[in-house]
Write a protein that binds this ligand. Structure first.
Ligand SMILES: CC(C)(COP(=O)(O)OP(=O)(O)OC[C@H]1O[C@@H](n2cnc3c(N)ncnc32)[C@H](O)[C@@H]1OP(=O)(O)O)[C@@H](O)C(=O)NCCC(=O)NCCS
Length: 255
């Protein structure tokens, strides 16, 4: 059951942030493939993240399409190969609604957009992505060096969330070298500044930070015209009832 899910309108992108839950009844919303993926996780924490993200996507999408969560049909398209097994950017069959999901730590982010293809990324700041500095462009590495030493880890996470959001919006994912993209410095408003060797077709990239509170950084990218970004929180009761509310979060630092 879900209560008061807001409608996404033309030209809008909505982002929901939720804490991972272990509510067994949510499993009934998933299809056989999703359940198999869920069951394959070794760690309970990863199962909870997966379950929450995929149940939430189904419920949010279903509310927009006026259907039931189990009736939502997903597609997957890879820009880089034609291997038959499903992989690549997930989408919806027969709908202009676009979505993206991300999970990290104990939190998930889901974005729905009627403004163009969307990519969302959330990163837990306590667990630095296990990545070399070379995923950053030279100018980004230089900016990071200019930050006080104690703020560099947060700066890196901010850079990474912005880059992944862009690469998920286009569907390239990590098949494109992240260092080819330059995004704005951590303390500056989010923007894609440069993308070297970008494959056609090009669409304008609208990049926004999403305030998800301390302990996490998140960003959302939409391909197309300027759009309105609206943020919400989502919460599950113990019986699986979904409640959403306008987001009220406070991030104490600017990185
Ligand atoms: C997608 C990717 C950028 C996300 O990495 P991440 O930070 O570890 O994970 P996130 O939680 O932020 O996002 C994962 C979600 O992104 C979505 N996703 C997967 N591939 C995607 C793509 N190419 N573009 C956009 N979104 C994608 C899925 O919904 C996935 O959720 P799920 O695994 O629960 O189904 C990265 O894993 C990647 O590039 N994967 C593609 C690898 C691949 O397909 N290689 C072979 C291509 S031929």
């Amino acid at each position: 059951m879900s209560r008061g899910i807001p409608r996404v309108r033309a030209g809008e992108c909505h982002v929901w942030i939720a804490d991972a839950v272990r509510v067994p009844s949510l499993l009934e919303l998933l299809d056989a493939r999703e359940r198999a993926r869920h069951d394959a996780f070794v760690r309970d924490r990863d199962r909870a993240l997966y379950l929450t993200a995929h149940a939430l996507v189904r419920q949010l999408v279903a509310a927009q399409l006026g259907t039931g969560p189990r009736e939502v049909v997903f597609t997957q398209v890879c820009r880089h190969c034609d291997r038959p097994e499903p992989h690549g950017k997930p989408g919806l069959a027969d709908s202009s609604l676009e979505f993206s999901l991300s999970h990290s730590g104990d939190r998930v982010a889901v974005a729905l957009s009627l403004a163009g293809p969307v990519g969302v990324d959330i990163e837990e700041t306590a667990r630095q992505p296990d990545l070399p500095q070379t995923v950053l462009a030279a100018v980004e590495r230089a900016e990071l060096e200019r930050l006080p030493a104690g703020r560099r880890a947060l700066g890196f996470t901010r850079y990474w969330a912005r880059k992944e959001a862009v690469l998920k919006a286009t569907g390239d994912g990590l098949m494109v070298e992240p260092a080819l993209l330059t995004v704005s410095a951590p303390g500056a408003p989010a923007a894609l500044l440069e993308w070297r060797k970008r494959a056609e077709p090009h669409r304008a990239v609208r990049l926004h930070d999403v305030d998800v509170g301390n302990g996490y950084r998140a960003a959302v990218a939409v391909l197309g015209d300027e759009c309105r970004v609206v943020c919400h929180t989502a919460r599950y009761d113990g019986d699986g009832t979904l409640r959403t509310a306008p987001a009220v979060t406070v991030t104490s630092d600017r990185c």
